[in-house]
Ligand binder design. Structure first.
Ligand SMILES: CC(=O)CC(=O)SCCNC(=O)CCNC(=O)[C@H](O)C(C)(C)COP(=O)(O)OP(=O)(O)OC[C@H]1O[C@@H](n2cnc3c(N)ncnc32)[C@H](O)[C@@H]1OP(=O)(O)O
Length: 378
């Protein structure tokens, strides 16, 4: 059995003058304080990659920067699925007795640490270095292609996709750390500038600075204990040209294995933390994971199902779309918010009874998937 004992999350947006290591350290210290632990207690670290600081020795560089000498250190790289993949690895290593308190951390000054063009170029390389990058498309372009196909197959409209952006923005309004604080409407999403048809500016996550950290421990440290109940991964392709049909998605494989490992059904969950790099990502993943029928996720958003007071509150901090996206740390913000909600410390954002959470991460262009369940045990 392993427990999530602490989380740390910086604000996202601009952090002028702060490096990736600074942002990782800020989040790590917040997580230690949250868990009531000191740097000496941490015997293992896992860290996500940074496109701004692509150091070969990032894990040990971070350890030195943060002032710890762990007995275990590793950097992990499976795109947007990295945060949950690290928590899964931490879960197994802690359960096996290799590490007692694993610090899982990621952060990046993606917005202020590099130019817009370098940032977009670096992001394209994360997913598709060999064949697709030389041809020019960027990550929004790939998700645009996926969106066109999915909309054609399942009758999803651009207005439907806009609903996800509006929901994430509504949630971000309640979080002081979010990058965006202006409410938006479906009409405003529709009128925002085209990026990669059918995706418009407000269908896309932004580029952000920020950091996030999670501590996975052998024993709970707080009054309310949250444990990892079960998890699984699936990796179906790397290059988008090798992707299987949209009906055979990795998310479906990962969630089926995770449900079996955890012994739970989707109907049992009462909070969801789902990757949302673009509106189409969130739409498809909700449907792949079984949180809505095919082509029906937008209707569920309109009915309030995923709102803070709905049956399955979703990404109540605002998600990648509106809290912000600083690489691996962006997706880890979902985990931090889930932990706050499950331990009843989300303040005015608090939802009712977040006792069983489904967390899902997607890396590349729907290439790598990690599904996980967290359970409140006391
Ligand atoms: C890799 C994996 O494994 C999986 C993944 O995570 S996939 C996702 C990886 N991330 C991405 O692909 C980033 C996607 N986003 C982008 O590339 C860019 O934000 C974009 C192309 C959508 C827009 O960039 P741009 O056109 O250069 O806009 P830019 O000139 O930077 O900003 C113009 C304004 O729009 C705002 N803005 C930029 N992006 C925004 C967004 N996504 N949403 C809302 N506002 C945005 C800016 O804050 C700025 O506002 P101000 O004028 O008030 O300062």
């Amino acid at each position: 059995m392993t427990y999530i004992t602490g989380t740390g999350l910086t604000s996202f947006g601009r952090h002028d003058g702060r490096s990736s290591l600074d942002l990782m350290s800020m989040a790590a210290q917040l997580a230690l304080d949250d868990a009531g632990l000191t740097r000496r207690d941490i015997d293992g670290i896992l860290c996500g990659y940074s496109t701004v600081s692509p150091h070969i020795m990032l894990a040990t560089m971070f350890a030195e920067h943060f002032g710890i000498q762990p007995s275990y250190a590793h950097a992990v790289q499976v795109g947007g699925a990295t945060g949950l993949a690290m928590v899964m690895l931490a879960h197994h290593l802690v359960e096996a007795g290799v590490v007692k308190h694993m610090l899982v951390v990621a952060g990046e000054n993606r917005l202020t640490g590099q130019s817009r063009d370098v940032s977009i170029q670096a992001l394209a390389q994360v997913g598709h270095p060999d064949y697709e990058l030389p041809l020019g498309p960027t990550i929004p372009a790939y998700y645009g292609l996926v969106a066109s196909r999915y909309m054609h197959e399942h009758g999803v409209t651009e207005q439907d996709l806009a609903e996800f952006a509006v929901l994430m923005r509504a949630h971000a309004l309640d979080h002081p750390g979010a990058q965006f604080h202006e409410p938006i409407t479906v009409a405003e999403v529709m009128a925002s500038k085209p990026v990669a048809r059918p995706l418009k500016l407000l269908d896309c996550c932004p580029v952000s600075d920020g950091g996030a950290a999670i501590i996975v421990s052998r024993e709970p440290t707080g009054a309310i204990a949250v444990r990892v109940r079960g998890c699984a991964q699936a990796h179906t392709h790397q290059h988008v040209t090798a992707a299987p049909a949209l009906s055979e998605l990795g998310a479906e494989i990962a969630i089926a294995k995770a449900k079996s490992a955890a012994g739970v059904a989707i109907a049992d969950i009462n909070y969801a933390a789902v990757y949302d790099s673009f509106t189409i990502t969130l739409c498809m993943l909700l449907e792949d994971l079984g949180l809505a029928g095919r082509g029906e996720a937008a209707a569920r958003v309109r009915a309030g199902h995923f709102s803070r007071d709905g049956a399955v509150p979703l990404n109540t901090h605002g998600g990648l779309l509106s809290y912000g996206h600083c690489g691996v740390g962006g997706a880890m913000a979902h985990l931090s918010e889930a932990h706050l909600q499950m331990t009843e410390r989300a303040g005015h954002r608090q939802v009712r009874d977040a006792t069983l959470t489904l967390l899902h991460g997607d890396g590349g262009v729907l290439s790598s998937h990690v599904s996980m369940f967290w359970e409140r045990v006391r």
